[in-house]
Write a protein that binds this ligand. Structure first.
Ligand code: 5AD
Ligand code: SF4
Length: 478
């Protein structure tokens, strides 16, 4: 889980013929907080509701139905929801003055964790729906015509069995790179983490269902899939023969889908990085050389208290083994500073691990006590100002490594998947194999292609390059 920017799903292309939803005129606005799994879930909720007559809008004031797909991982993420709801209450009241009805849905992990408490804190909310129940949204909305409705069950039937199929136009609008949830929930119970409580026990989707979904995406022009799961490398999906497929097997199957050129996966636990997956990084060309592998801390005491089930040296050895299999692989990680009881020595052990491993990217957080998790009960909580000071030091080191990794690309040729128009007219933008944004001059016709690009400069957040003009060089590079 990473990338905590809110995402707004935008409305369909003006060029598409009007759908039933557009004709019936009901509009949906979805805002997604937190991890990529929420982005995926938001799209699936939009797909379910499209079947029921809702077209997406990017203007919240126009929406008959607003969904906040929420995140509970840290306190700040959860509190953001209530400030958003305050703004929505005003919009709902303004629309009511114009005799327009507005329904407000709180979905996702805050819904799961707080349940009916949300209605008490914000009366404008109509529906509360947990991450396992979004396929029941149409029914919940019907119930909400009479009174507020809630569903935070962990139903026996998987929501994946009820997925609405998005139209090819919807898929195209979402871009050439797509998230696909392959696994959900977590059985690891790290002592700081709410995920095992909000997302429930680990559950893998069957292999064939994922292959079918990726085939559909590829047929609509998707070139890259990012397989997501809270603990994605624990994936063990049922096969049609009654066996179980590992993530390495799943990746190999997806690489056979015509059109799919790149495969990524996130987020992984070091303990589930088995030999078959490490070898897949050596053997499978479509598996991109970028791996997000959270370590959280470099101190054995902290790792034990966090219930991470490995030592610092195990992680360092694992990183080395992965690099032996795929020498150019870029590693990324998550870190928590100020976990209860963290001493200066513990913190310095984290800095030392970072110096040893060298990361191309990272997410880092101050520890946030989450109700119901074991670490929240510990008496050795660290003062906020100490957490802030440590986070600053940690981020300075990580940023130095990120910049140095980006600078090392200058002068190299990289395969870039072109995703969208660039910042300025005449420019296009895409991603390197190492997940770096790359900007260059070029025609939007290249969108969806993988082109060889010579990197000429590294900015703070993007690389800048030139498409290698010679076609032969380009093909040879592929
Ligand atoms: N406090 C701070 N960070 C947390 N994370 C998860 N739970 C907490 C918490 N209680 C971070 C971890 C995880 C990432 C998704 O969020 O680093 O890998
Ligand atoms: Fe949370 Fe740990 Fe599971 Fe990751 S592995 S989702 S941090 S409990």
């Amino acid at each position: 889980m990473s990338g905590f920017d809110p995402l707004v799903i935008e409305r369909g292309n003006a060029g598409d013929p009007p759908t039933h939803a557009e004709k019936s005129g009901r509009r949906l606005f979805v805002k997604s907080f937190g991890c990529q799994m929420n982005v995926y879930d938001s799209q699936r909720m939009a797909d379910v509701l499209a079947r029921d007559g809702f077209a997406e809008t990017d203007r919240v004031e126009d929406a008959d139905l607003v969904i906040l797909n929420t995140c509970h991982i840290r306190e700040r993420a959860a509190e953001k929801v209530f400030s958003e709801l305050g703004k929505l209450r005003v919009i709902k009241a303004d629309r009511a003055k114009m005799r327009l009805d507005t329904k407000i849905i709180v979905a996702g992990c805050v819904a799961q964790a707080e349940g009916a408490e949300i209605f008490r804190r914000q009366k404008a909310v109509d529906v509360v729906v947990g991450p396992q129940s979004y396929h029941r949204l149409p029914e919940l909305l019907q119930r909400a015509e009479r009174r507020s409705a809630i569903d935070t069950e962990f139903p026996a039937d998987s929501k994946f069995d009820h997925l609405a199929v998005p139209s090819p136009a919807q898929i195209r609008k979402r871009g050439v790179s797509a998230f696909v949830t392959v696994q959900e929930g977590c059985d690891k119970f790290c002592s700081f983490c709410v995920v095992p409580y909000t997302r429930g026990a680990e559950d893998s989707r069957p292999l064939a269902a994922i292959v079918a979904e990726v085939e559909r995406l590829a047929a609509a022009g998707v070139r890259e899939v990012c397989l997501i799961g809270q603990n994605v490398n624990a994936y063990h999906g049922r096969t049609e023969e009654g066996g179980s497929a590992s993530l390495a097997v799943l990746c190999a199957e997806l690489a056979k889908v015509p059109g799919i050129a790149r495969i990524r996966y996130t987020t992984s636990h070091p303990g589930d990085m088995d030999a078959s997956l490490i070898h897949a990084h050596r053997d499978q060309a479509s598996l991109m050389p970028f791996l997000h592998l959270p370590v959280q801390s470099g101190s054995d005491q902290m790792l034990l208290a966090m219930n991470r089930r490995h030592k610092s040296a195990d992680y360092v050895a694992l990183a080395a083994e992965i690099r032996r299999a795929r020498p150019d692989i870029a590693l990324s990680s998550d870190f928590i500073v100020g976990f209860p009881g963290e001493t200066e020595e513990d913190f310095e052990a984290t800095l030392a691990l970072i110096e040893t491993v060298q990361f191309a990217a990272a997410f880092s957080f101050k520890y946030s006590a989450r109700p119901g998790t074991p670490a929240a009960e510990l008496k050795t909580q660290i003062p906020e100002d100490m957490k802030a000071a440590r986070l600053k030091r940690l981020q300075a080191l990580l940023e130095e490594q990120r910049q140095s990794f980006n600078r090392s690309m200058v002068g190299r040729r990289l395969d870039v998947l072109i995703e969208k128009p660039g910042r300025h007219p005449g420019q296009i933008a895409g991603k390197s194999p190492y997940l770096q944004p790359v900007q260059m001059d070029g025609d939007v016709e290249h969108i969806g292609e993988i082109v060889a690009v010579e990197i000429v400069a590294a900015g703070a957040n993007s690389l800048f390059g030139r498409i290698v003009p010679d076609q032969a060089a380009r093909e040879a590079f592929r």
